[in-house]
Design a protein around this ligand. Structure first.
Ligand SMILES: [Zn+2]
Ligand SMILES: [Zn+2]
Length: 361
């Protein structure tokens, strides 16, 4: 039997092990992809520390941000734009919603389909085995939509589009048009925050402000389009942070606030939003309560979970067509070999890197 070397979580908080996982036979319409790069995400670190949502059982192959080259296809497949997919194509691919439940078919909100498939939490000892991205090979189930990666997009950036960047595209989809007079505040300076800064500038925001930490992440965010950054480590007083936002917005607060930190940032973010503004809630994890009585009047509260297949395409397209304007590869701070997965997870866990990439040769 052919196998794929993969980074497997066999016990929470214990070092991952490199195992030989079976490469399965392909169902009709399925693909086998040789991974070129898998980036790591905060969620992978959370899943290493313990089950998310209580349903994950071990062993799992870690990682859900893959980019790879098609090795084999069982039958004929087209990409999301209707072009034939061939062995040798470099691709990313979307998650799959069931297509027939209330959320998929009536509400048309497939991101909250209860039967949606996603990667990085599937058992490595059950068919089709290879649904985690820190692996030499991955299995692409038949219903996934396929997006080809243009030559001018690096594999690490394409991999990061499979989670962080496509979620930001979904967020801007929900926000609607950004008007030329609008100031956007971003809470959080990780890859989602930096990518959001680039999209906000591209969409014509008047000014992009960011509150985050540490300094190295804020430096990347500035190159990605943030006009003003505030390091939370330098300014522990929330009142002073609020004042900075007011100083830049005629005393009103931001027209749009994008939260890509965690739930705990929401109460403060709401104090920085103007009446009638739009609050985009993306970052998960942590806990907070919202004082409803002090929420800005007539505000919109928009929640975003994951993304729809078109957002994968939008993220890849943005990386390809705006790369003379934004240094996307600066968001990937370090590349590691598969054997160094535990160092990479540690570095992500301790916020030593913005985004870690596992590179396969
Ligand atoms: Zn992710
Ligand atoms: Zn569904």
């Amino acid at each position: 039997m052919k196998t794929s070397r993969a980074a497997v979580i066999t016990e929470h908080n214990k070092p991952l092990t490199i195992q030989d996982v079976p490469i399965p036979d392909l169902e009709p319409g399925a693909l086998l992809v040789k991974i070129t790069c898998s980036t790591l995400c905060g969620t992978d670190v959370h899943r290493w520390h313990g089950p998310l949502g209580g349903s994950d059982t071990l062993p799992i192959i870690t990682g859900h941000e893959p980019c790879g080259i098609v090795q084999e296809i069982n039958g004929k497949r087209n990409d999301i734009l209707g072009q034939p997919v061939k062995p040798g194509d470099r691709i990313v691919w979307s998650y799959v919603a069931c297509g027939s439940c209330y959320y998929c078919s009536v509400a048309v909100q497939p991101c909250i389909c209860p039967d949606r498939a996603s990667w990085g939490h599937n058992r490595a000892d059950q068919f089709p085995f290879l649904l985690g991205s820190v692996s030499e090979y991955m299995y692409v189930p038949p219903p996934c939509l396929i997006i080809k990666v243009p030559d001018n997009v690096s594999s690490p950036s394409a991999a990061a589009s499979a989670c962080a960047y496509r979620t930001i595209m979904h967020g801007f989809d929900r926000l609607g048009a950004v008007k030329a007079h609008e100031t956007i505040l971003i809470q959080g300076s990780g890859p989602l925050g930096s990518f959001a800064a680039a999209v906000a500038k591209d969409h014509g925001a008047r000014e992009v402000l960011m509150i985050g930490a540490p300094a190295q992440r804020l430096a990347v965010a500035k190159r990605m389009g943030a006009d003003q950054v505030l390091n939370m480590e330098d300014e522990p007083d929330p009142k002073k942070r609020r004042q900075l936002v007011r100083d830049h917005t005629g005393g009103r607060g931001a027209d749009i606030v994008i939260q890509v930190a965690n739930n705990a940032a929401v109460p403060e973010g709401l104090t920085m939003l103007r009446g009638g503004g739009r609050y985009l809630h993306i970052g998960a994890g942590g806990k907070a309560s919202i004082p409803v009585e002090s929420m800005p009047q007539q505000m919109d509260f928009l929640h975003v979970r994951s993304a729809e297949p078109r957002h994968w395409l939008q993220a890849i397209d943005f990386l390809s067509t705006r790369q003379n304007r934004f240094p996307f590869d600066d968001m990937i701070s370090k590349s590691y070999k598969l054997e160094d997965i535990n160092i990479a997870m540690e570095d992500m866990d301790k916020y030593r890197v913005v985004k870690a990439a596992i590179a396969f040769s």
